[in-house]
Ligand binder design. Structure first.
Ligand code: AMP
Ligand code: ZN
Length: 485
């Protein structure tokens, strides 16, 4: 279940939000294009396979951005797209369409219907992942195959304005007509030309020219023949259709920046003559043992792999947020174990020890936490600050609990879940719901502990483990966790 998420009451005037803009390469004070809403577009998954745990960082990052803006009082209109055709195995215009690759892998025939079936399956898996990760659903998911007409119209506009040329395999955008091409990431276009390997497509005028339309046996009819729109044009058309011609923030992973996002900028700004996105934000990659995550490398872990091993989406999210979104992070099970342990301790504190605590939100402390998140989404610092607050004896327990709830509105770790549901998810079982024999073993162990017969107490703990239950002695009494979880 998605957590209900409401804007927090703003008790004081907050400091401005600062975000690192990949275009200017500096931290900038955020100011929205319109008072009404902040429009965010996030490049979404190519749904030919499961998203790996690295891919998921891009969406946890966009979610953190969104939570921070909502916390600061903004209304957010957010689109995540599904690329269900047109993304070739190379981000440039060579290689195989990833969906075709998926169809072959599954032994499915090559047709638009099969493509739909294949993407339905991976869209459902992705939506289960984002729910498990507590990612707030976007205002809209946009599926590329449902915006083909809009993509064709946009290509037509660019054609009429003279930005395109046709080759034997499709229609290309001529980057020489867009003088600021490559400004995102400051790409040296001339060096690209000099350093280009033998260009496979000799009809291209410049190696960085990119396809807006590819001819193909599979696809849709257009004035350029049968085929499909290019990957970059998908995002441009879906951003225009769902959010408008100018947006506030565009997000993606760092690998999207050089080709995909420079392509989007060139198309959008050539079509409208206006700046497309005011801010560009990119999350760094997750690695495993310092290696790139890729199915082909045999390390393509997916969230379900972690869940099957007994970790929760919250555990993985906690691990992710301990690194800043702009730094590379190296995944390991040891690190995930530490995250799980820390988060479980926090949850037990919130759901058991502090269940009935109530307190006032300290304005002064709230300003401290806002300052942290408004500094380019500094989640590692916010987590550390939350731990400091928990230990801060100058505050009442109720006040500390309130601050944890505020942090959770920004971090989305499940700390504000209903205590009963939260405990159930941790595997806790109430005494009266335990099988009779297990209840008896626990009662005997309690008696052994009272008699200080530690050997017998340990023997009974082992017997309980064999029966599938772990016992923890907490100040409020013995806690029982099912090991089945
Ligand atoms: P794709 O489904 O290949 O289009 O990728 C989905 C998102 O995941 C994109 O925003 C990529 O930039 C991002 N991404 C790809 N690999 C990683 C990784 N190892 N770590 C973090 N993000 C990644
Ligand atoms: Zn995109």
């Amino acid at each position: 279940m998605f957590n209900l998420f409401t804007q927090k009451s703003q008790t004081a005037s907050f400091p401005p939000v600062h975000l690192f803009n990949s275009e200017s390469r500096i931290d900038e004070e955020f100011s929205p294009l319109s008072e009404k809403e902040v429009r965010i577009y996030s490049c979404g998954p190519t749904v030919y396979d499961y998203a790996h745990i690295g891919n998921l960082r891009a969406y946890v990052f966009a979610d953190t951005l969104k939570r921070a803006l909502i916390y600061n009082g903004y209304t957010v209109n957010h689109t995540i797209n599904y690329t269900d055709f047109g993304h070739l195995t190379s981000d440039a215009d060579s290689g195989e369409d990833k969906m075709m690759k998926g169809l072959k892998r599954e032994g499915m025939d090559v047709s638009l219907e099969s493509m739909r079936l294949l993407s339905d399956r991976f869209i459902a898996a992705f939506e289960a992942d984002i729910e498990a990760l507590n990612i707030l659903p976007p205002t809209q998911f946009a599926r590329a195959s449902e915006y083909v007409k809009e993509q064709i119209n946009l290509i037509q506009t660019l054609d009429e304005k003279g930005y395109l040329y046709q080759t034997s395999d499709g229609v290309y955008f001529d980057i020489s007509k867009f003088p600021t091409y490559g400004r995102l990431g400051n790409i040296d276009i001339d060096a690209l030309k000099d350093g280009a390997r033998v260009e496979t497509n000799t009809e291209k005028r410049h190696p960085a020219d990119f396809a807006v339309w590819k001819n193909g046996e599979l696809g849709w009819d257009s004035r350029w023949g049968k085929g499909f729109p290019g990957w970059h044009i998908e995002c441009s058309a879906m951003a225009f259709s769902t959010l408008g011609k100018q947006i506030d923030i565009h997000t993606g992973g760092v690998d999207n920046m050089p080709t995909h996002h420079n392509g989007e900028i060139a198309q959008c700004e050539s079509a409208t003559g206006k700046e497309f996105s005011k801010y560009w934000m990119h999350s760094e990659h997750i690695q495993i043992a310092n290696e790139k995550i890729a199915k082909s490398e045999g390390n393509g872990l997916i969230l379900k792999d972690l869940i099957d091993k007994g970790y929760s989406g919250d555990d993985y999210r906690y691990w992710l947020l301990q690194s800043h979104y702009r730094t590379k992070a190296n995944f390991s099970y040891e690190a995930l174990d530490a995250s799980k342990q820390a988060l479980t301790r926090l949850k037990r504190m919130m759901f058991i020890d502090w269940k009935d605590e109530r307190g006032k939100l300290s304005t002064e402390k709230q300003l401290e936490l806002v300052e942290i998140i408004n500094n380019d989404l500094d989640t590692p610092k916010l987590i550390a600050w939350m731990h400091d607050m928990i230990k801060d004896e100058s505050l009442s327990t109720g006040e500390r609990k309130e601050l944890v709830l505020e942090c959770d509105a920004l971090l989305g770790l499940g700390l504000s879940d209903d205590p009963e549901e939260g405990l159930k998810a941790l595997g806790h079982v109430a005494f009266e719901n335990l099988p009779q024999n297990v209840q008896e073993l626990i009662t005997q162990r309690e008696a052994a502990r009272v008699a200080q017969n530690w050997q017998e107490a340990d023997r009974l703990r082992d017997a309980l483990r064999l029966a599938g239950y772990e016992i923890t002695d907490a100040p409020e009494g013995t806690q029982v966790t099912s090991l089945e979880k």
